[in-house]
Design a protein around this ligand. Structure first.
Ligand SMILES: [Zn+2]
Length: 374
């Protein structure tokens, strides 16, 4: 067994794959125009990620933690009773469109409870020191769900509920939520916009989804100026842009904030082969972001990181990106090489482009000015 340098919790259940999003026209095509296909948010990329971990040398090295269903009280720390009854009622009647291109099946709400409960178990394990960090490969995703809003394939706000659990049950004070999914992390932004104790950072493709959200000028409410950071990146951003944003903006902001714990909304739809995103990241870029984040986490909060799985729709490539993150979190080797790495690294314009640098620098100066004005 190849022990890593850290104990990494691995929270996953086959039941996550049984959230049935059905057959659906992807995404906006009306009926009787193009042939319906499988909903883009289906189990495939997640199950393949878990399977790659299982056949790799990491399989025996992770600390497997069983998810449990979250209770109503735990869900109500952010959502409303109306939200719960809407989803429970729809599932009980057999499922259907729950809002915002988000389909549910009969068991979907029970599985959504299990996704939230997986995050809560991960938080408990990390804070109690049973593991150093944890990855929750849960489904349905959560980083678009708001208090009473189902959208973007998300039913319950898995990550937000993890933050609230860490505060309510464990008394943590200052928390960072870093969202590297290619879509904007509107769930955490909305939940904590006026909260100076939670720094929310979203790196995303400029105005991809939800449109109109994720602007660089949205820097937090009046009582929490600077505690929300949006880094919208132009389509076509690759390794250079993401690494520059990470090193010049994301990491300094986290270090300055000084969190007790870091949550990552870990989507892999900024990867080069994703059908919904238009970015060019490789598994090595996800490894880089994870390793750099761990360095800052070590300084700030004893390395405490809980990553929750979000988007990522390439069944072929999500597994390799995910494996790189797990390798970085655990410090162990999976002894598997990403077969797409050289191909993606050779794409044109992987290095930082001037229009990307301009956009990232603008975020940095906005936040430096805010801090100086305090
Ligand atoms: Zn996404």
């Amino acid at each position: 067994m190849d022990h890593g340098i850290r104990k990494t919790g691995w929270i996953y259940s086959e039941l996550y794959n049984w959230h049935d999003t059905g057959s659906y026209n992807m995404l906006w095509a009306p009926d009787l125009t193009t042939q319906p296909g499988q909903h883009v948010e289906n189990a495939d990329s997640k199950r393949r990620f878990a399977n790659l971990v299982d056949v790799s040398a990491l399989a025996d090295d992770l600390v497997r933690i069983k998810p449990r269903p979250a209770t109503d009280d735990e869900i109500l720390r952010f959502h409303t009773p109306t939200h719960i009854s809407h989803l429970e009622g729809l599932c009980a009647s057999g499922g259907g469109e729950a809002g915002g291109k988000t389909h549910v099946g009969r068991a979907s709400f029970d599985i959504a409870r299990l996704a939230v409960g997986g995050v809560l178990e991960a938080v408990d394990a990390v804070i109690k020191g049973a593991v150093d960090n944890a990855y929750v490969l849960c489904r349905p995703p959560g980083h678009h769900a708001e208090a009473e809003l189902v959208t973007g394939f998300c039913l319950l706000a898995n990550g937000v509920l993890g933050v609230e659990h860490a505060r309510a049950v464990h008394g943590l004070k200052r928390i960072v939520v870093l969202d590297w999914d290619v879509h904007h992390g509107n769930s955490a932004e909305t939940a904590f916009y006026d909260d100076p104790d939670v720094l929310t950072i979203s790196l995303h493709q400029d105005n991809l989804f939800p449109q109109g959200r994720g602007k660089a000028s949205d820097t937090g409410g009046a009582s929490a100026q600077g505690a929300n950071m949006n880094i919208p990146l132009p389509p076509g951003s690759g390794s250079g842009a993401y690494r520059y944003a990470f090193d010049s903006v994301v990491l300094p902001a986290i270090e300055q904030f000084g969190p007790d714990m870091i949550f990552v909304a870990s989507g892999f739809d900024a990867a080069a082969m994703d059908p919904l995103g238009h970015m060019m990241l490789s598994s090595e870029d996800y490894r880089y972001m994870t390793e750099r984040l761990l360095q800052v986490a070590d300084k700030c909060c004893g390395g405490r990181i809980v990553a929750t799985h979000e988007g990522g729709y390439s069944p072929g490539y999500v597994p390799y990106c995910g494996l790189a993150v797990i390798e970085a979190l655990s410090g162990a080797s999976a002894k598997i090489t990403d077969p797409f790495l050289d191909y993606i690294a050779n794409y044109g314009a992987q290095e930082l482009q001037s229009h990307q640098k301009t956009q990232i620098d603008a975020v940095a100066s906005a936040h430096i000015l805010k801090q100086a004005a305090e």
